[in-house]
Design a protein around this ligand. Sequence first.
Ligand code: CP3
Length: 369
Amino acid sequence: KMASPMITQFFPPLKNDLILRAARGEKVERVPVWLMRQAGRYLPEYNAYKKEHSADFFKTVQTPSMACELTLQPLRRFDLDAAIIFSDILVIPQVLGMDVNIVEGKGVVFGFLLETPADMERLNTGVDVTKELHYVMEAITLTRHQIKGQCPLFGFSGAPWTLMKFMIDGGSHSPLPKARKWLTKYPKESHNLLSILTAKVIDYLVAQIKAGAQIVQVFDSCAGELGPIQFNKFSLPYLKDIYYGVREMLSVEKVEPVPMVVFAKDAHFALEELGKIGYEVVSLDWTQKPLHARRLLGAKVTTQGNLDPTFLYAPHDELKLAVKDMLEKFGTKRYIANLGHGIHKDTDPDSVGVFIDATSKQNTTGTEE
Ligand code: CP3
């Protein structure tokens, strides 16, 4: 009988586990590196693939063979230490019944937004995300095979507050802070919505891990829209529930836990707290000062980040100096090199190569090989 806990034993053996070791605080030969949004529009092969298959964004996300191919594209070009499954955080609002689209030139477009708590009745809150998002799990399993153990595969999800923010304010900038207004005007209903989202995120991450994700990241990209008071009430407790909820469910199902990364963008005020809610890795945005952040996070977590994505527009020798500076500040232990946010779509892929090579040239003593 093929019980789910046995799944992983059928995957090709992992040849590069640097990221997993760095996440657990173990010794590494060199600093591992990957980039947020390493797949996507800055890669000519990505644009060509979408065109060739006349596939819009969500078609590629929903077709496992396409999602797998797009996940692997950056790995063929660069010496990356991780892959991230090609998908989007907005698949959860989508299966809750909000019609979400990515429209060329417009960005994220929702069929309807939550105006008042009464609109929550339009959501299919009983949805089983493990069923409705099964295509993501299939894409993960397929990719784990195709990647042939080259490096670990990330699964991911949006954080409850960030999903709530999109569901109320939509993708483009709303002239009023409607989602934040909900937090003060409808605190009870806001907590209700956040609890619903938290339960979905836990189910979804567990399903991704069972399908083969070897590490997962929770994106709280809109954390910085909150101040410390609202963050501590409406985001932090849910991030913590996700960490321990995933652990608990994995233990019940006898599945090995995987390292978890939290990325709370622009949450300067929350570093001390973020180091204490379980996550093995705290990912830092590019506005954080490495040494200061390290001090506030404490010694028990691994940091990830945080080069300013616009530094990829710099001449290559300047870019190399910026990478060197970053590595000196973070040190080489308990550290994963990355950008401080996703790559911009007009980035030159060659600069991404320079970033990656400049990082992996550093050995654990911090000097160039
Ligand atoms: O390599 C990877 O990281 C690919 C997987 C990935 C995507 N989105 C693909 C994508 C991941 C991890 C995300 C996360 C995501 N999506 C976040 C959190 C990270 C962050 O940047 O803060 C957020 C906020 C979203 C929501 C979202 N999806 C936005 C704002 C957009 C851009 C809309 C636009 O046109 O400007 C998307 C679309 C999207 N997600 C694209 C990709 C490759 C581009 C779509 C296309 O090809 O047309």
